[in-house]
Design a protein around this ligand. Structure first.
Ligand code: PLP
Length: 424
């Protein structure tokens, strides 16, 4: 390919998985190396004082870039080739204009919220949220005068819109944050429905920013920007990294919104380092293969659990009742059920603990999206911070176990689950 950012062959657009090995990288800038090197450097040499001046003018927004002018490399807190390549490639899956990479999913979420929310503002959010996001909003941002307004995931937006509008009446909503499918219950939030609610919560020229935590199904199987979201957030620690060996985060969206987030990232210093960027570039090459293998295994797991006498209920998107409103949302915004399966086992917490302690192939660990299968107990672990009454409302039961399904052979996964259920 002539242009290292070309996405077409004979006018036909290439799919993201075909571009993950090449997009944005010119081997001739790196001695012909097929793979981008790790640019393990804090700072970059300017060719001349004039060039350094021009780079800073763009970095500080002192003037508009010229027609073919690109931001120059200055210092690795602002930009670094490994991060730039990664950001270019991440935009492709979601069809986004721009992307920013962070040292963790929480860094991406915190930096994005701080870019758009000010003291006295409301943050409207779905529940349940990832435990860290929940704590950030309800405890830390609250100390800065930001007021959380929650609505329950899994309810039709038409059922919650009036109560949300009442609770923010007369105030200013800085951001709306939703997570779908929700962790750990797989409850869905209707992105297009919330986008239209978000528009009604501000003035034409001052709309709240709708952010969607897309960690569970993205970037492959759910594209929130196409349903009206403004910013898509990722814990890249999960599927994007995919090997449980790196902590990272990302956001993607319009050039305008991502520029605001990147500006704050520069001053908070929440960017990722070059090593992290390089690891994620490597991971992206196999993203589709891994996620597809994990999803196929998860379908077997969900069916197996659904038929098992010691299992009370299974929360998995492929098992949604086709007559339900959630199924309609699923059909509209998700291209696959993914590979996170939650289920409730007989015997409450004691039953769940007996199951977890008996697992042999599955590791008992939090996190998800890696090549290995993991199991954890949301009520006692990832969601322990949430008061029991709130947990009950969100559907996080004492007997609930969350599984992240890996790439092992499905028969071995089922054998381990079967023997551990015998111990319940
Ligand atoms: C893990 C996770 C996060 C936080 O990401 P880190 O990389 O651990 O900081 C945020 N949202 C969801 C849905 C997650 O699963």
């Amino acid at each position: 390919m002539e242009d290292h950012k070309s996405r077409f062959i004979n006018g036909k657009e290439l799919r993201p998985e075909s571009l993950m090995m090449s997009y944005g990288y010119d081997p001739m800038l790196s001695e012909g190396a097929v793979k981008p090197p790790i640019f393990q450097t804090s700072t970059f040499v300017f060719k001349s004082a004039e060039e350094g001046k021009a780079f800073f003018e763009l970095a500080y927004g002192l003037r508009e870039p010229g027609p073919s002018e690109k931001p120059g490399l200055i210092y690795s807190r602002l930009n670094n080739p490994d991060l730039e390549l990664l950001e270019d490639r991440l935009t492709l899956w979601d069809g986004a204009e721009a992307s920013a990479v962070f040292q963790s999913g929480m860094a991406a979420i915190a930096t994005s919220l701080l870019a758009f929310v000010r003291p006295g503002d409301f943050i409207v959010h779905s529940e349940p949220l990832y435990g860290g996001s929940d704590h950030l909003i309800k405890h830390i941002l609250k100390e800065f005068g930001v007021i959380p307004v929650a609505f329950t995931a899994g309810l039709p937006v038409s059922d919650v819109v009036e109560s949300v509008r009442d609770r923010v009446a007369g105030g200013h909503v800085g951001a709306v944050l939703i997570e779908t499918p929700a962790n750990p219950t797989n409850a869905l939030v209707d992105i297009a429905g919330v986008a239209s609610m978000t528009r009604s919560l501000g003035r034409e020229d001052d709309r709240p920013v709708l952010m969607v935590d897309n960690t569970f199904l993205g970037p492959l199987w759910q594209h929130p920007l196409k349903h009206g979201a403004d910013l898509v957030l990722y814990s890249a620690t999960k599927f994007i990294g995919g090997h449980s060996d790196v902590i990272a985060g990302a956001c993607v969206g319009s050039a305008e919104i991502v520029a605001k987030v990147k500006n704050l990232r520069t001053f908070l210093g929440t960017m990722a380092g070059p090593w992290t960027g390089w690891l994620l570039l490597r991971s992206l090459e196999t993203l589709k293969m891994r996620m597809t293998a994990q999803m196929k295994n998860a379908r077997y797991v969900a069916d197996f659990l659904n038929d098992h006498p010691k299992v009370v209920s299974v929360r998995y998107l492929a098992l949604l009742d086709e007559a339900s409103q959630m199924f309609e949302v699923y059909r509209r915004q998700c291209a696959s059920p993914g590979s996170v399966v939650a289920f409730v086992v007989e015997g409450g917490e004691a039953g769940a603990f007996r199951f977890l302690n008996a697992l042999q192939l599955f590791k008992l660990a939090v996190s998800l999206g890696g090549t290995e299968s993991l199991a954890e107990h949301p009520a006692a672990m990832t969601h322990a911070d949430i008061p029991p009454a709130d947990r009950a409302r969100m559907g996080i039961e004492a007997g609930m176990v969350r599984l992240s399904i890996g790439v092992e052979h499905f028969a071995d996964i089922l054998a381990d689950l079967g023997q551990a259920l015998e111990a319940v």
